[in-house]
Design a protein around this ligand. Structure first.
Ligand SMILES: Cc1cc2nc3c(=O)[nH]c(=O)nc-3n(C[C@H](O)[C@H](O)[C@H](O)COP(=O)(O)O)c2cc1C
Length: 418
């Protein structure tokens, strides 16, 4: 659906007294989601690390950069499509991998993937999903999907996850590099709330045969300590969330193996023995790491600071992008996320050399507000907004966007052009 068609649908519905439930701007979207989510759920999704400086910096970087549109270029026909890893996509957006979507809506990952499918956005299944990838894959027809991997301390589990992803029809593996330790998240710490310890967001694990074996082994060796009275409520919650396995043992094993702080380049290249799929590295911010990724044979990069959830005081992704694009020199696709909130934001990232962007928190808020429909509306709005931004800037294709003029501060003397 083009931007004009989406606009027309919204305005026509408005003329018959039907207003969209999902707000069109990021601020109201987050506000509305806050109203329908529990305090813990909202804090987990909306929060960032430390003083949330990275989160604000991500937005400031987009706000500092301006598009300098060109006029009278016949923008009646626009093409926002691109080719990524051999697949034609209708627009340069993907769904960022987001864990614990059950905090937003009970249909969680199934609803998100079903929302993305008709809009043509690839879904990236999270390692920390609320539903096993097999269930989500079965619910989304032929729609494109990738799998995001947190490299576990258990290599057998890594192998199993990657094998399952292949079986589920995933077309790429995304390895997230920035979460070998969990960031210092003030909002969650204040509430004493980490969903995984309540048995949430560990569906890929509890459904996995290797993980199940590890839990059984753990049960055989662990002494059964009696829970304190205060822990009984959590235990009941765990029993509700984890079926078919000893829930305490499952959480214990999960916390021991979920991520590997010792991870190095040498470990990572072993992924090549596990899969022929393209492998994309997510969380790269330094051009030297980008160069190394390409030289080590990886197939793509996501410039990401995890939406400001990991290291506070990090460089915003839009500022990190140009030197990375230069270092990569077109050898592999460079994607970007963290703070993308409008079509113009996506335009700016593409003008600086990103091939596509990942939509993160906004779709989770749509999911919280209106389930699958709410998430779909958010994605349709992104695509429509981008299509109109493209035309209004005087572009008719993504190739034009890469040639677009951007202004940074004083114009024209200091303006970088694309
Ligand atoms: C609640 C939440 C959970 C996330 N879970 C994951 C995850 O499991 N794996 C991952 O690679 N990134 C995860 N991310 C990071 C996103 O993939 C993405 O990098 C980030 O949301 C981009 O920032 P933005 O949402 O502010 O645009 C998560 C982000 C949020 C908000």
């Amino acid at each position: 659906m083009s931007g004009r068609e989406r606009q027309a649908a919204v305005y026509l519905a408005g003329a018959t007294g039907r207003r969209a439930r999902v707000p069109f701007d990021a601020e109201h979207l987050e506000d509305r989601a806050r109203q329908v989510m529990s305090a813990e759920a909202f804090a987990y999704v909306a929060g960032g690390a430390g003083a949330e400086e990275t989160m604000r910096a991500n937005r400031r970087a987009f706000e500092r950069l301006s598009i300098v549109p060109r006029m009278l270029r016949d923008v009646s026909q626009r093409d926002t499509s691109l080719e990524l890893f051999g697949r034609r996509l209708p627009s340069p957006f993907l769904l960022a991998p987001i864990g614990v979507l059950e905090l937003a809506h009970r249909d969680a990952d199934v609803a998100a993937a079903r929302a993305a499918a008709p809009v043509g956005l690839p879904t990236i299944f999270s390692s920390q999903a609320s539903r096993p990838m097999e269930e989500v894959a079965a619910a989304m027809g032929e729609a494109p999907r990738w799998f995001q991997l947190y490299w576990s301390t258990d290599d057998e589990l890594v192998k199993s996850f990657v094998g399952r992803a292949e079986q589920c029809g995933c077309e790429a593996i995304v390895i997230t590099l920035d979460t070998t330790l969990l960031g210092w998240r003030a909002r969650d710490l204040g509430l004493g709330y980490l969903p995984f310890l309540r048995g949430r967001g560990i569906a890929q694990y509890v459904s996995d045969p290797v993980f199940q074996r590890l839990v059984r082994e753990h049960v055989q060796t662990a002494s059964a300590a009696r829970p304190t009275l205060g822990a009984v409520r959590t235990l009941l919650e765990l029993r509700r969330n984890i079926r078919g396995l000893d829930p305490r043992a499952a959480v214990q094993v999960f916390t021991e193996i979920y991520s590997r702080p010792s991870l190095r380049w040498d470990d990572l290249v072993r992924i090549r023995d596990l899969t022929p799929l393209p492998v994309v590295l997510k969380g790269i911010l330094h051009p030297d790491d980008a160069r190394r990724a390409v030289e080590a044979g990886f197939d793509g990069i996501v410039v990401s600071n995890h939406g400001g959830r990991q290291l506070d005081g990090t460089i915003p992704t839009l500022d990190a992008l140009p030197p990375i694009v230069e270092a990569v020199a077109g050898r592999v696709p460079v994607l970007l996320d963290s703070g993308v909130r409008t079509g113009s934001d996506a335009f700016k990232a593409l003008a600086l050399g990103a091939m596509a962007v990942l939509v993160g928190r906004p779709y989770v808020y749509g999911l919280a507000i209106g389930g699958e429909t709410g998430a779909r509306e958010v994605l349709e709005n992104f695509v429509a907004d981008f299509d109109l931004a493209l035309g209004l800037a005087g572009c008719t294709s993504l190739a034009d966007v890469r040639e677009a003029t951007l202004a940074h501060g004083e114009w024209p003397s200091t303006a970088p052009s694309s």
